[in-house]
Ligand binder design. Structure first.
Ligand SMILES: Nc1ncnc2c1ncn2[C@@H]1O[C@H](COP(=O)(O)OP(=O)(O)OP(=O)(O)O)[C@@H](O)[C@H]1O
Length: 258
């Protein structure tokens, strides 16, 4: 099989907190990672390993201290969050973070659909958009479709996270970052959203990195799994090898780490 060029490469990336002060600490430690188009990578690692820092560094909310962040071979390390949001979208753990609480489900989806467009929405497009929003929300299979005109502050956590997920993918991002997006939900709701997440990612062939503490999810979903520890990728497995990986293998890796 011909290996494509990576969509995103991190080369020897170091990210600091409190840069240029006596308290400067490296959170990413010369980290190397290549992400290929169509990769669905589950990211696991102990608390404090640097998983969210990795996402912050890719998205641009933490600066690249040294090393390179290459998007199709071009170094984007100096580009800001807004610029990078043209190709990256992200869903966070906290259901309150992804949506505007006073706005309705349809208004939130509309905002997400218009992101990056300079033109304002034409009125005659509204009916079509509503049909699209109805279809998208119905596909999440959790009652969201009946709440298009409800303010998102009145949704359940699961519905809010499903909406955040739809908003993140509505414009087909080149790279989707899921930061424990089901962790705040009860097990049944989390499993339901994970199924819908997986369906969308695989059907639409999205490229995705997903942080999770749920070993079962890390094993079940995605074509690739990486372990992050002390700011470095310490394990990277894909394809058939990933399919063969067991929970025991992962737990053994973790006991080596801790
Ligand atoms: N702004 C900051 N200032 C100081 N230390 C920080 C800051 N942000 C993160 N850290 C520290 O950096 C390390 C990595 O944090 P990070 O949140 O990336 O880890 P994580 O792997 O996502 O952890 P968790 O699984 O607990 O979410 C931790 O030790 C954390 O306390």
């Amino acid at each position: 099989m011909v290996q494509n060029k990576p969509l995103l490469s991190l080369k020897e990336v170091v990210a600091y907190v409190n840069p240029n002060t006596p308290a400067q600490t490296a959170l990413l430690n010369q980290l190397n990672l290549e992400i290929f188009e169509g990769d669905f990578i589950t990211v696991i690692g102990p608390n404090g390993a640097g998983k969210s820092t990795l996402f912050n560094t890719i998205a641009g909310s933490i600066p690249v201290g040294s090393g390179q962040l290459l998007h199709h071979g071009r170094n984007i390390a100096k580009e800001n969050v807004v610029k990078r949001s043209q190709f990256i979208s992200r869903v966070f753990q906290d259901p309150k973070m992804g949506t505007a609480p006073r706005m309705t489900v349809a208004e939130n989806l509309n905002l997400a659909a218009k992101r990056g467009d300079s033109r304002t929405l034409k009125l005659r497009g509204l009916k079509k958009k509503r049909q699209l929003f109805k279809k998208l929300t119905a596909s999440m299979n959790n009652g969201l479709a009946d709440k298009l005109d409800v303010a998102t502050e009145n949704l359940s956590g699961g519905q809010r996270q499903a909406l955040s997920f739809l908003m993140a993918i509505i414009k087909r991002p080149e790279l989707l970052l899921l930061d424990e997006h089901t962790a705040a939900l009860d097990p049944k709701t989390s499993a339901q959203l994970m199924e819908q997440t997986n369906r969308n990612i695989t059907e639409q062939k999205l490229t995705c990195l997903m942080i999770t503490h749920r070993m079962d999810d890390a094993l079940k979903y995605g074509n690739r799994l990486v372990v992050l520890d002390k700011g470095k990728i310490t394990f990277d497995v894909s394809g058939e090898q990933k399919k063969k990986l067991t929970k025991e293998d992962l737990l053994a890796l973790f006991s080596e780490i801790e």
